[in-house]
Design a binder for this molecule. Structure first.
Ligand code: AMP
Length: 481
């Protein structure tokens, strides 16, 4: 088995990897690191959870080693590497990893993203940083304010390029790329490769090596379970599963921000400590919830797809699809939150009759049917007989016949199904299910100054009275990130 040392990494980087407990490179790291160390452009097909952050960050850092210094002058610390990510959460996580990888190297990193005051970022930028991790909109805010210079960038990384496309960041990306020196190394990662992504790659990358992590090469195993249930009984079933199976750390996906808030509130009312993250929450609220969840003090984190994107929690054991995603690709993204870096996880889907068609799409995409397991006491019921009842429910087991209490019975007993990487799906479907906050393309803060100047699409507060409960995303996060 290849070691990190054999990939040609420097001793002070190896030390950091040792500190982090990385014993051997993942497949994507094995392939990307040697090539990137030589300075070749790379187009990587890899989903989150494969170790792609280290795959691009480690060679990037090694190539910056000659510039590492402890000088205090900002001129000694120009931005030399730019890493762009679609979401704030991913940006934060990437920068945390970069910081950890440079623990023994005097290179500085910073993350900048929208939704927080730009003023806290400016003083740090002024002191100089070599590695900048940014979301596109906020980066352009800084460019507009002249609070950073990109003329010494020698490495560009585009992480989750397909997500950037989904979120309407293409114009921003093109503006940013135009500001960079022509002579540079480029790495672009994407889970899927629709036509637009290929075009983007053609325009940005210079004779790239295409690297694809073999299907299931990360040996990520996710047990997938599907419980048919009447839609009105989903909350009770979720509570039942959390309690009877004593689930300690559960990420629950809902289809809407409103549903997300409601579910978290209802779980709290019955004593299951829950919080919600979605596009209408401030960055501080999201970070607080995420930190509590990671620390294990928050039992249930209820999230919408976009808010949860990029969440990286070591060995997250359970993901629940409270609502099935309307875009099958999102299912793969969701269950990719579990079983990271070789650990195993369980994805539980609560499926009502009206979601049968989404279930079919998912099964088609992952190439395997999700076998239905009816939880005793939560039968879908005559009023809600879904198509999946054509598959017979699990046969009665001896324990059930002898009167074992339902609450004590193990609810699931499913074969382990390997998590398949994403494949392309129509983008239009993906866009339709996004959080409004993330959809608008970049509008410079200084120019807009007000909500009215923001693009109308998906940015208007809901007309329903209940929207008054929520903070306006436009006001709180003017860049749309
Ligand atoms: P990523 O795909 O970059 O988001 O990485 C997923 C998770 O795997 C992160 O928690 C990393 O810290 C972890 N990881 C990445 N590479 C390795 C490795 N070689 N050994 C162990 N863990 C790793």
């Amino acid at each position: 088995m290849t070691t990190f040392a054999e990939l040609g990494l420097a001793p002070n980087i190896l030390r950091a990897l040792d500190d982090m407990g990385y014993a051997t490179p993942t497949p994507i790291q094995e392939q990307v690191i040697p090539l990137a160390l030589q300075g070749g452009d790379i187009l990587g097909a890899a989903q989150t959870g494969t170790g792609k952050t280290a795959a691009f960050a480690l060679p990037l850092l090694q190539r910056l080693l000659p510039f590492a210094n402890t000088g205090t002058s900002p001129a000694k610390h120009p931005i030399r590497a730019l890493i762009l990510t679609p979401t704030r959460e991913l940006a934060i996580q990437v920068e945390e990893s970069v910081k950890a990888y440079c623990k023994h190297i005097p290179l500085r990193s910073l993350v900048v993203y929208g939704g927080v005051s730009i003023n806290t970022q400016i003083p740090i930028l002024k002191t100089g940083v070599e590695i900048l991790v940014a979301t596109p909109g906020r980066l352009l805010d800084h460019v507009q304010n002249k609070t950073l210079m990109l003329n010494q960038v020698n490495t560009l990384v585009l992480d989750e390029a397909d997500r950037m496309l989904d979120m309407g960041f293409m114009p921003d990306l093109k503006r940013i790329v135009a500001l960079l020196p022509a002579q540079r190394v480029n790495m672009m990662f994407s889970a899927t490769f629709p036509e637009e992504i290929r075009k983007l790659a053609d325009s940005i990358l210079n004779n790239p090596t295409f690297i694809e992590v073999a299907r299931n090469a990360t040996a990520v195993t996710v047990t997938q379970v599907m419980h048919p249930v009447h839609h009105e009984r989903k909350r009770q079933l979720l509570a039942h599963l959390i309690k009877t199976r004593d689930l300690k750390q559960v990420l629950v996906f809902t289809g809407t921000k409103l549903g997300c808030n409601r579910l978290a509130n209802e779980l709290n009312k019955i004593g299951l400590h829950a919080d919600a993250i979605h596009g209408d929450k401030t960055q501080q609220e999201r970070i607080k919830a995420l930190d509590a969840f990671k620390a294990g003090t928050l039992r249930v984190l209820v999230a919408t797809d976009v808010a949860a994107r990029g969440i990286d929690i070591e060995a997250l054991p359970f993901v629940v699809n409270y609502d099935l995603p309307h875009n099958a690709e999102d299912y793969v993204h969701r269950i990719g939150r579990t079983g990271r870096a070789g650990a195993s996880g369980e994805a539980i889907s609560l499926v009502s009759e009206s979601e049968t068609r989404y279930l079919k799409d998912i099964e088609k995409l992952i190439g395997t049917p999700l076998e239905a397991t009816i939880v005793p006491g939560f039968e879908p019921g005559a009023a809600d007989v879904p198509a999946y009842q054509s598959r017979p429910p699990r046969p009665e087991r001896p324990a059930e016949r002898t009167g074992e209490r339902a609450a004590e019975r193990p609810v699931v007993e499913r074969p382990v199904v390997e998590l398949l990487p994403e494949r392309s799906a129509p983008r239009s479907q993906a866009v339709a299910s996004r959080d409004a906050l993330f959809d608008a393309p970049y509008v410079p803060s200084a120019v807009t100054g007000s909500a009215s100047a923001a693009p109308a699409v998906n940015r208007q507060p809901s007309k329903k009275p209940v929207a008054a409960l929520f903070r306006s995303p436009v006001k709180s996060e003017p860049t749309g990130q």
